[in-house]
Design a protein around this ligand. Structure first.
Ligand code: HSE
Length: 404
């Protein structure tokens, strides 16, 4: 028997208990051993809930119980999660976590403590909810140099953008629904401003490229500024607006960014809607691969956590090798990347078009039936050149990157 302790009985924690109870036979058979939930830790009481009998309020009793082999950390936040996880790993207990904040901030440190103590620090659920992506990167794609990872990594914002586009909902209604469904972070700013997607692409890039990418180094822009007018233009052009997190290798350069992008039908991310996430991976031998599935929510996320519990149970006393090594990944300076850009500015007529052509050269003008403004798509140009021209454009409204 392998004993586990679940830290946090919120959305994901209760999901973990539900997955283990519902799929008891499957989980045990796949682990090759019985998985027993010995403790649930939470500050709150849950009178009448079946976990009442195993509920504890004090972490030390879990830490000092040598029969606990695996700790499941689904509390979220940096502290006390970091203290709890590092103490568990130091005692040789493996940890399975869904906590992207913890992994993005303390991943290398915790992986080292795990290695030093013949334990495992596993965090499949930290990126892409229920989608298997971390284990494939660590074990299936080990023959490849990863050239690109681009993804829709935040279910809440994808849900909001989809509902704004398909149902005509306004931003507030879509966000409220996402919160009711349990997709959004406790502070939904983390979703809306792109911070959550930023942490996830930092984690995936650190695994893919083998060194730590500090999430604070990644240019990040959220979806707050996106309006239904932008969505109308995107539709007119045959694009969808998605919050895309991407990192790309070009020769010795690595670039990463998180921002709303216009995505065309030729890109598989176009078809990733609602709360679903999609992660596109390009390997230098593999070519293209796409991982798709439920990116948030109680049971999909809990499924990924319990998958890690099974993996940890199969590897007690042995550290599974991971790609994420020592050292810091330096991003190349922004600006030299090339792309096309969609732009809107106030003002219409030939004089406005002449100003635009003077600044941006040849462009494709777009008419989505909006009065008193001009919209256009640039040719391919470097970000640096684009930003210089955009800066000089009079009465600008917005600009959105077009995903190549
Ligand atoms: N708030 C996150 C999302 C939860 O919407 O994707 C899953 O990490």
């Amino acid at each position: 028997m392998v004993n586990i302790a679940v830290l946090g009985y919120g959305t994901v924690g209760s999901g973990v208990v539900e997955v283990i109870n519902t799929n008891h036979d499957t989980v045990n058979s796949n682990a090759g051993v019985e998985i027993n939930i010995k403790y649930v830790l939470d500050l709150r009481d849950f009178p009448g809930d079946p976990v009442e009998k195993i509920l504890v309020h004090d972490y030390e009793s879990i830490l000092n119980d040598d029969s606990v082999d695996i700790v499941v950390e689904v509390m979220g936040g940096l502290e006390p999660a970091f203290t709890f996880v590092s103490k568990a790993l130091s005692k040789g207990k493996s940890v399975c976590s869904s906590n992207k904040e913890l992994v993005a901030n303390k991943g290398p440190e915790l992986l080292k403590i795990a290695r030093d103590n013949n334990a495992n620090f596993l965090f499949e659920a930290s990126c892409g909810g229920g989608i298997p992506i971390i284990r494939p990167l660590n074990s299936s794609l080990t023959a490849d140099d990863i050239m690109e990872i681009s993804g829709i990594l935040n279910g809440t914002t994808n849900y909001i953008l989809t509902k704004m586009s398909d149902e005509g909902w306004d931003f507030e209604k879509a966000l409220k629904k996402a919160q009711e469904c349990g997709y959004a972070e406790r502070n939904p700013e983390a979703d809306i401003e792109g911070y959550d997607a930023c942490r996830k692409i930092a984690i995936l890039s650190s695994i893919a490229y083998g060194k730590t990418l500090n999430y604070e180094d990644i240019y990040t822009e959220g979806i707050k500024e996106i309006t239904t007018d932008d969505i109308d233009y995107a539709k007119k052009l045959g694009y969808a607006i998605k919050l895309v997190a991407s990192s790309e290798r070009s020769g010795k350069d690595i670039y990463a960014k998180v921002c709303p992008m216009m995505v065309g039908r030729d890109n598989p991310l176009f078809f990733v809607n609602d709360v679903f996430n999609g992660i596109f991976v390009k390997g230098n031998m593999l070519g293209d691969a796409m991982f798709y599935g439920s990116g948030a929510g109680k049971l999909p996320t809990a499924s990924a956590v319990v998958g890690d519990v099974v993996e940890a149970a199969k590897n007690i006393g042995k550290t599974i090798p991971v790609r994420w090594g020592e050292g810091k990944l330096e991003l190349s300076e922004r600006g030299s990347e090339e792309g096309r850009f969609f732009v809107r500015a106030k003002g219409a007529g030939e004089a406005k078009k002449a100003e635009i052509n003077k600044l941006f050269g040849q462009v494709e003008f777009v008419n989505a039936g909006k009065d008193l403004e001009t919209a256009f798509v640039t040719e391919r140009m470097t970000e640096k050149d684009f930003e210089a021209s955009y800066e000089r454009l009079e009465d600008k409204i917005t600009r959105i990157v077009i995903k190549s």
